[in-house]
Ligand binder design. Structure first.
Ligand SMILES: Cc1cc2nc3c(=O)[nH]c(=O)nc-3n(C[C@H](O)[C@H](O)[C@H](O)COP(=O)(O)OP(=O)(O)OC[C@H]3O[C@@H](n4cnc5c(N)ncnc54)[C@H](O)[C@@H]3O)c2cc1C
Ligand SMILES: NC(=O)c1ccc[n+]([C@@H]2O[C@H](COP(=O)([O-])OP(=O)(O)OC[C@H]3O[C@@H](n4cnc5c(N)ncnc54)[C@H](OP(=O)(O)O)[C@@H]3O)[C@@H](O)[C@H]2O)c1
Length: 406
């Protein structure tokens, strides 16, 4: 039987001694099974997105976090997907298999809790080829062609899970559950920026999760961890295996009097809700400026109530909004930064910290360029000097340009 070692499974077996006292501190190798206390949608009806707020109970875990940290989550696969896969394999869900610690479990439990099944691994292709019966010329030629071409394998696997593959190569039969499980990869944890301050919500951790949804080959798909947190895991029932991932490079200034500028469109808002709660709890005197954006103001203004409350209480000094799809031309957070460039430059010259959180692929790069442009236009720096100021002085030398991007 195949035995793999993954983190979360140990939680229910190793976290407590005979008296229930903790013998191993909770962490990535021994995640805490945490109930979800509350969950609601941050996206309003009519939104093109599905972003959820979650409140997770850490009581009794001994887990501590600071604002800026992330929460690691080991997700489970939806049973509808698990059962669909077992049916496609033509196997019995209750077949006994070895778990990660060698403990007994059923095939259904292993597919739910141990292995990634919403995307297919590369090694399955060789496994399929080996099991094609003689005479299956068409399926064999197709598989061999795929395996021989690196770019087309990546493209092929990007859209498919194991159910798709078993349907496309119907002549393949796996001889046993173990033979199939050997082809799979263990579930890897996902990180989520923590959206709460422990000072405001003792014993809890809050998250802001965008549920990944898309359709390929005529089937609706859901991201494994975002789907689990946002939809599959039942509030008050399901225990989510979690651990705290410290972010030593993403922190509030130790002097409360420092100003901070936060740029966090979409789920990038998460750590800044936590920062604002923490600055309020600390009675920090520095000013707080947030740039937020998403698709539409009416449906995607995440944490609008919290932000309005922070404005009223004076904690949120400035809020600049960029709703990208409320007008013909796209308006993004970096456009707002450029509009407010003179004031932004004054804050930075006054010692403000500059934070960015959210999409790494496009947004963070564009915000970086906008910051360089502000240094050029309002600091009067030549292009190279402006880049050096942002990348060497702010980022490395003074460590007050900090990012949490993904
Ligand atoms: C430090 C850090 C902090 C983060 N904080 C947050 C946060 O606060 N909130 C948040 O929501 N996320 C956050 N993330 C992202 C999060 O960790 C996950 O990556 C995200 O939720 C997707 O994971 P998933 O398991 O749901 O999706 P997966 O199951 O991993 O699926 C995503 C995959 O689906 C495939 N896919 C997606 N769209 C399509 C398509 N149209 N066609 C075909 N295939 C497609 C792609 O291969 C993609 O990689 C953070 C990440 C990091 C590293
Ligand atoms: N597949 C899915 O269903 C799905 C759903 C949600 C999120 N995601 C992914 O999850 C990640 C996080 O998503 P998110 O909800 O946090 O929000 P996001 O997708 O990053 O979008 C937040 C806001 O940023 C805007 N934006 C797009 N490109 C930008 C750029 N270059 N510079 C500045 N702003 C830009 C978006 O505008 P426009 O969208 O109008 O361009 C939107 O207004 C992203 O990588 C996203 O692709 C996937």
């Amino acid at each position: 039987m195949s035995v793999v070692t993954v983190g979360w499974h140990s939680a229910s077996y190793m976290s407590s001694g005979p008296t229930g006292s903790a013998v191993t501190p909770y962490g990535r190798k021994n995640p805490f099974p945490a109930p979800i206390k509350r969950r609601w949608s941050l996206s309003r009806p009519g939104s093109g997105k599905d972003t959820r707020h979650l409140e997770i109970d850490l009581a009794g875990s001994g887990l501590e976090y600071s604002v800026g940290d992330s929460l690691g989550v080991f997700a489970r696969n939806p049973l509808s997907l698990v059962d669909g896969l077992i049916a496609a394999l033509g196997m019995d869900a209750s077949s006994p298999v070895a778990g990660p610690q060698g403990q007994g479990m059923t095939l259904r439990e292993a597919l739910e809790r141990v292995y990634t099944i919403n995307r297919a691994s590369r090694k399955i292709l060789a496994g399929l080829l080996e099991r094609l019966p003689a005479g299956e010329g068409g399926e064999r030629a197709r598989l061999e062609g795929l395996i021989a071409s690196d770019p087309s394998v990546a493209e092929f696997l990007y859209e498919r899970d194991y159910i798709d593959l078993l349907r496309e190569f119907p002549s393949v039969r796996f001889e046993s559950p173990e033979a199939f499980l050997k082809m799979l990869s263990p579930i890897q944890p996902r990180l989520y920026s923590i959206a709460s301050s422990p000072a405001a919500h003792p014993g809890e951790v809050h998250l802001c999760v965008a549920v990944v949804r898309y359709e390929t080959l005529g089937r609706a798909r859901i991201g494994m961890a975002s789907g689990f947190l946002g939809e599959v895991a039942q509030v008050g029932v399901c225990e989510v295996p979690v651990f705290v991932q410290e972010s030593p490079k993403f922190f509030l200034p130790s002097e409360g009097g420092r100003d901070i500028i936060m740029v966090g469109p979409g789920t990038g808002i998460a750590p800044f809700r936590a920062f604002l709660e923490q600055r309020a709890a600390d009675g920090a005197g520095g000013r707080n400026w947030l740039f937020f954006g998403d698709q539409h103001r009416a449906t995607d203004f995440l944490y609008e109530e919290d932000l309005t409350r922070f404005q009223k209480s004076g904690i949120l000094t400035r809020l600049d909004l960029a709703f990208s799809r409320d007008q013909a031309e796209k308006v993004y957070v970096q456009h707002r930064m450029l509009e407010q460039g003179a004031e932004l430059w004054k804050w930075i010259q006054g010692g403000a910290y500059f934070y960015v959180c959210g999409d790494a692929r496009r947004m963070a790069k564009d915000v970086h360029q906008a910051l360089i442009q502000v240094a050029r236009e309002h600091g009067g720096l030549a292009p190279e000097a402006a880049t050096a100021y942002v990348e060497e002085t702010l980022m490395k030398g003074e460590r007050r340009y900090l990012r949490d991007v993904y």
